[in-house]
Design a protein around this ligand. Structure first.
Ligand code: GAL
Length: 478
């Protein structure tokens, strides 16, 4: 029994620290994409053909080609003909549909209006959030997206065009403002007739809405299932879960195609609460991230319950497609300082999108310190995008591990117990992780260098975390 347990952890460690594939170069925080073009479907093939045509237009003609083209032309005529060809090709290239640049190569980072404002958010609040992301240094730490959640929608006019309601007088001007700060802007809708808040959804207007988002300059869409459930799934396929699932997949794919057709890089965020193992099919219909659970609240029990529901999902995450355990509640409600720290640490270990949802203009310094901790953000934004897992637990202490590019390992030691006497002191078993008895690393919350030793007693406070990055983990010899 013992040997099979130690074999299990050795295999686990080897999986955690085995030499990672070469990380893609230059992937910035915030899930911004490098300026490259990916071939996707026909649009990609067209873009590639156009690119080849442009390259070809700049190659000097060989002597044979010159003869084939016009053996009796003068050099000036040959030059003029080549110029005309190049111009025609360049014109064709500019008309060819361009595949949008890839997005969310690292988990998206930003701020979303729902957790703090819910239905009260206004244009003014979004502008203030953009200002605050810049002023607080959060933008520099990687928080790029400013996302308007539900309740911005007004009525559709006779042509079916949706207008924002009175809280958002001019969406294009708002998007321009957010962009002028070097940030990106997100919006919210539903595949159903109504959103969760009872506002106008996109059903039957997907292409029209996607074009409008692109015209406004929207960079991110959260698409929330809500009324699609009773208005379409349950109506069209009563009591047939499999058929309902197909209807849901088709609805997400419809908006996926509508967004792609705009040619604008738009992050596509699925919000259907993790139903029908969305992690298995979401990426094939365009999901850059998908909620894995119901809503988060600013409450330790809810956050911990969401964390436990992430078991088994790590392998589905990676560059361009992420598990989303919902937005951050750091700084909200009655979460204590240590709970805020654990919440943020878990989201980083889970390679989760980091969408703050707090009251930015009134953010306390200690909350800002958590949200802008570069070392912890670097764990979340690691370009390899390998999600961490709960490696083992003992009593009320859980040990999480995440492998980073370059061979580094991050350990998160969480005390999830309610009493300060639970599992106290906790003795860290590096051997259970397949690690040698002494490891040197950095405590990412204190910034101090640390040495971890086998069986070391750790005095953990209830709901707190010790997060250690080990750049060169020493493996237990066989
Ligand atoms: C919920 C969603 C929340 C928020 C809300 C808005 O379904 O999970 O994150 O978007 O709708 O009405």
């Amino acid at each position: 029994m013992r040997s099979s347990v130690s074999l299990f952890f050795t295999v686990l460690l080897l999986a955690l620290i085995s030499v990672p594939p070469r990380a893609p170069a230059q992937i910035p925080a915030g899930g911004q994409s490098p300026q490259s073009v990916s071939a996707q479907g026909n649009a990609g093939a067209d873009a590639q053909a156009a690119a080849q045509a442009v390259i070809a237009a700049h190659q000097p003609l060989s002597a044979a080609q010159q003869q084939d083209v016009a053996p009796v032309q003068t050099p000036a005529e040959i030059q003029a003909a080549a110029k005309a060809r190049a111009e025609a090709q360049a014109q064709a290239a500019s008309k060819a549909p361009q595949a949008a640049a890839p997005v969310a190569l690292t988990p998206p980072m930003g701020w979303n209006s729902w957790n703090h404002f819910a239905g009260n958010v206004t244009d003014k609040d979004i502008r203030a959030a953009a200002d605050q992301l810049v002023a607080t240094g959060m933008k520099d730490a990687g928080y790029i997206y400013v996302n308007i959640d539900d309740t911005w929608e007004g009525e559709r006019d006779a042509s079916g065009a949706l207008h924002p309601n009175a809280k958002f007088p001019d969406m294009k001007a708002l998007a321009d403002y957010v962009h002028s700060k070097g940030l990106k802007i997100g919006i919210y809708s539903s595949p159903g007739p109504k959103t969760c808040g009872g506002y106008e959804g996109s059903l039957g207007h997907e292409e029209q809405d996607a074009k409008m988002y692109a015209a406004w300059g929207i960079d991110y869409l959260k698409y929330d299932l809500c009324s699609f459930i009773d208005n379409v799934m349950e109506k069209q396929a009563p009591n047939d879960k499999a058929a309902q699932m197909q209807l849901m997949i088709a609805a997400y794919d419809k908006m996926n195609k509508a967004l792609k057709a705009t040619g604008r890089p738009i992050v596509f965020s699925f919000c259907q609460y993790g139903w029908d193992a969305v992690w298995e099919w979401g990426p094939s219909v365009g999901a850059n991230l998908w909620r894995t659970t119901g809503d988060v609240t600013a409450d330790w029990d809810r956050i911990y319950s969401i964390v436990t529901q992430q078991a088994g999902l790590a392998s589905y995450a990676g560059p361009g497609h992420w598990n989303d355990p919902d937005m951050l509640e750091v700084g909200n409600g009655k979460l204590t300082l240590v709970e805020n720290r654990s919440h943020f640490s878990w989201w980083a270990m889970l390679a989760a999108p980091l969408l703050a949802g707090n009251d930015l203009p009134n953010m306390k310094p200690e909350i800002k310190a958590i949200l802008t901790n570069r070392d912890v953000i670097a764990v979340d934004q690691d370009p390899m995008g390998k999600q961490g897992v709960r490696a083992y637990s003992e009593g009320e202490v859980e040990i999480w591990a995440r492998r980073l590019s370059g061979g580094a390992l991050v350990l998160g030691i969480f005390d999830v117990g309610d009493s300060r006497y639970s599992t106290h002191p906790f003795h860290l078993k590096l051997s259970k992780l397949g690690l040698a008895a002494t490891q040197t690393g950095k405590n990412l919350w204190t910034g101090n260098a640390v040495e971890l030793t086998e069986n070391e007693p750790l005095n953990l406070v209830s709901h707190d975390v010790v997060l250690v990055r080990i750049d060169a983990p020493a493996v237990l010899s066989q």
